[in-house]
Ligand binder design. Structure first.
Ligand SMILES: Cc1ncc(C[n+]2csc(CCOP(=O)(O)OP(=O)(O)O)c2C)c(N)n1
Ligand code: SF4
Ligand SMILES: [Mg+2]
Length: 280
C-alpha cells in the first residue's frame, strides 16, 4: 500500500543511515499535527543541499529546495509572505552551522516563527566525508587526513545565546521522542531549533556513542542559565526540549494581527495590503 506521506521517489540513503529515523519521525509528527488541527495544507518545507536534504524528495509536503545553507532564509521569507503557514526548514550541520550560520543566528535573534531541523551527522556527507563545524577534534576525513585540528561548535549553546525560544536535541534512533519534539516545535509560536544527532553509517557511525550517551530531559529548563548548563554537558547528552519560552515572534511584531494574504486575495489585493503594511 502506498504511504501517502511519501512521494514514492527511490530512496538513495545508505542502509542504516540516521536520516531514515528523521524521516519517520517527521511523518509521525505530521500525522499528529493533523489530528491536532494543523492540516498538511498548512505545512511547508524548505531544504538545503546534502544527504539530509533528500528528505525533500521523499516527503510528500509542499516546499522549496534552497541553496546549500539557505533553507532557513527561504523559510523566513515564506513565513513572512504567508503567516498562516507552519514552515519547517531542514538543514545539515555543514549547511546550517557552516555556510548558513549567519541566517540561523539571525532567525533565532528575531524569533522567526519557523522550525529548523538540523540533521547533525558531524560531517559533510554528500561531498564524501569532509569535517564540518560539529566534527570532533581528531576526526579523520579527506580534508583532515591527519585528524581535525579544530574543536567543534556547541550548536545548542550558540542558539540559546542568539535568542532561540525553543531549543531541543534528540537522537534519530529515538523516533517516538523525536516526533513528539518536532510536533511541539511546529506548534511553538516562535523560532524552534531541533538538533538531531544523526549517525552517518558511511562517514561517522555514532550509533553506539549516542545510544550510550543520550539522557532524557523530562522538563525544559526553568531558566536560560539552566538551559545553557544542560547544553554544555559533554559526557552525557541531555535530550528532549531543553528550553522553551514565550516571546512575540518576528511576524507578530512586524504585522501585528494583520495577515496580508488572509482569504486568498488576488495578486493586486495582496500587493495593496503588503504596500499598506510596509508604509504604515
Ligand atoms: C553554495 C554551495 N556550496 C557548497 C556546495 C557543495 N556541497 C553540497 S552538499 C555539501 C555538504 C553538505 O553537508 P551537510 O550540510 O552537513 O549535509 P549532509 O550531506 O551531511 O547531510 C556541500 C559542501 C553546494 N552545493 N553549494
Ligand atoms: S553518506 Fe552518511 S549521511 Fe549520507 S546517506 Fe550515507 S549514511 Fe546517510
Ligand atoms: Mg552533515
Amino acid at each position: 500500500m502506498r504511504d501517502e506521506l511519501l512521494t514514492g521517489a527511490e530512496n538513495t540513503w545508505c542502509p542504516g543511515c540516521g536520516n531514515f529515523g528523521i524521516l519517520n519521525a517527521v511523518k509521525r509528527a505530521v500525522s499528529a499535527l493533523e489530528e491536532r488541527g494543523i492540516g498538511r495544507d498548512r505545512l511547508f518545507m524548505t531544504a538545503c543541499i546534502g544527504c539530509h536534504a533528500k528528505i525533500f524528495d521523499y516527503l510528500s509536503l509542499s516546499g522549496v529546495y534552497a541553496l546549500h545553507g539557505r533553507s532557513v532564509s527561504v523559510a523566513q521569507g515564506v513565513k513572512l509572505a504567508n503567516p498562516d503557514l507552519k514552515v519547517l526548514a531542514f538543514t545539515g550541520d555543514g549547511a546550517g552551522y557552516g555556510e548558513g550560520i549567519a541566517h540561523l543566528l539571525f532567525a533565532a535573534k528575531r524569533n522567526a516563527d519557523i522550525t529548523v531541523i538540523v540533521h547533525d551527522n558531524g560531517v559533510y556527507a554528500l561531498t564524501t566525508g569532509q569535517r564540518s563545524p560539529t566534527s570532533a577534534a581528531g576526526f579523520e576525513g579527506p580534508s583532515t587526513p591527519q585528524g581535525n585540528e579544530e574543536d567543534p561548535f556547541n550548536p545548542l549553546v550558540l542558539m540559546l545565546a542568539a535568542g532561540a525560544t525553543f531549543v531541543a536535541r534528540e537522537f534519530s534512533a529515538r523516533i517516538d521522542e523525536l516526533s513528539g519534539i518536532i510536533s511541539a516545535a511546529v506548534e511553538h509560536d516562535g523560532f524552534s531549533l531541533v538538533e538531531v544527532l544523526q549517525p552517518s553509517v558511511t562517514y561517522s557511525n555514532t550509533y553506539e556513542e549516542y545510544g550510550a550517551a543520550v539522557d532524557t530531559v523530562r522538563e525544559p529548563a526553568a531558566t536560560l542559565d539552566d538551559a545553557l548548563k544542560l547544553a554544555r554537558q559533554k559526557e552525557r547528552l541531555p535530550s528532549g526540549i531543553l528550553y522553551r519560552v514565550e516571546r512575540p515572534s518576528h511576524g507578530t511584531r512586524l504585522y501585528g494581527d494583520r495577515n496580508p494574504v488572509a482569504g486568498h486575495p488576488s495578486r493586486d489585493k495582496r500587493l495593496e495590503r503588503v504596500n499598506a503594511l510596509v508604509s504604515s
